[in-house]
Design a protein around this ligand. Sequence first.
Ligand SMILES: Nc1nc2c(ncn2[C@@H]2O[C@H](COP(=O)(O)OP(=O)(O)OP(=O)(O)O)[C@@H](O)[C@H]2O)c(=O)[nH]1
Ligand SMILES: [Mg+2]
Length: 298
Amino acid sequence: MNQKCGFIALVGLTNAGKSTLVNRLVGSKISIVSRKVQTTRRRILGIQIQDDSQLVFVDTPGIFTPRKTLDKSMVRSAWSAVGEADSIVVLVDVQRLNLEDQVALLDRVLKAEKPTYLALNKIDQVEKTKLLELADSLNRGRSLKKTFMISALKGQGVQDLLLELARTAPEGPWHYPEDQLTDLPLRLMASEMTREKVFDNLHQELPYAIAVETEAWEPFDNGSLKICQVIHVQKPNQKAIVLGKRGETIKRISAQARQEIEAFLDQKVHLFLHVRVTERWNEDVSQYEALGLEGPGR
Ligand SMILES: Nc1nc2c(ncn2[C@@H]2O[C@H](COP(=O)(O)OP(=O)(O)OP(=O)(O)O)[C@@H](O)[C@H]2O)c(=O)[nH]1
Ligand SMILES: [Mg+2]
């Protein structure tokens, strides 16, 4: 059997469910998810083997109108994933009523002239007739390979999408070892898990003002692991909010993150979180790599 290997970019507006889908496709949580917008900040690969095909899914930051340095880096990395992929899945949240930016995104993706699939996501939330109307209007006048109706959260339709992508993957050798799930190093994965808990526990602008950095990673002889992470905030008053009254908020974030990291690594973890004011971390691109972000070089 000839090997096949396909790079598939998952793109869409922010909050469409791209990270939920990549986790579902890979069968493991490798990319963080939240109810808030602009959660994913960089490209993350999710790797899955189906029959003779190795499928490399590229989870991307959601598309929105970028204003600041970090926003620009996020949106740029999504578009460069489109440029590098063999095929593209445009994910649409069927609950969104405004189609205008959805259509603009789709038309821009189609300019890349690559095999493009449409995945209408969150079908567990709307009536079937509405789905058919939406599929119809998005397909009209556009050359899309196929439209899938899926629920990334519940799993409906995801296997069909996976099988189609495996069937159509280009011939070529596999790029990654058979058992590799993602390209994210473990340290970065651990930073992301903590960042997810920040998104869950803090509100309004705060999640956007923070970045997480894993500073130390020390395995002990007894099999446990010490991880020290810094939560960077931009202002002293933000530090106070992250800590919370009597340190309650940071304790909650820490306990939830530790649980998730332990489950992922399958080992006991001692997690130490420190909150540090680093005023302009979001504008200092020289720090981006340490913070798990993509700099302008990519
Ligand atoms: N009901 C329902 N909710 C979903 C589905 N897929 C994703 N969600 C929810 O939608 C929200 C956003 O999901 P994410 O996977 O973080 O979305 P994303 O496109 O990666 O978002 P960004 O990284 O911010 O661009 C989360 O609350 C998910 O649980 C689905 O099929 N059904
Ligand atoms: Mg995401």
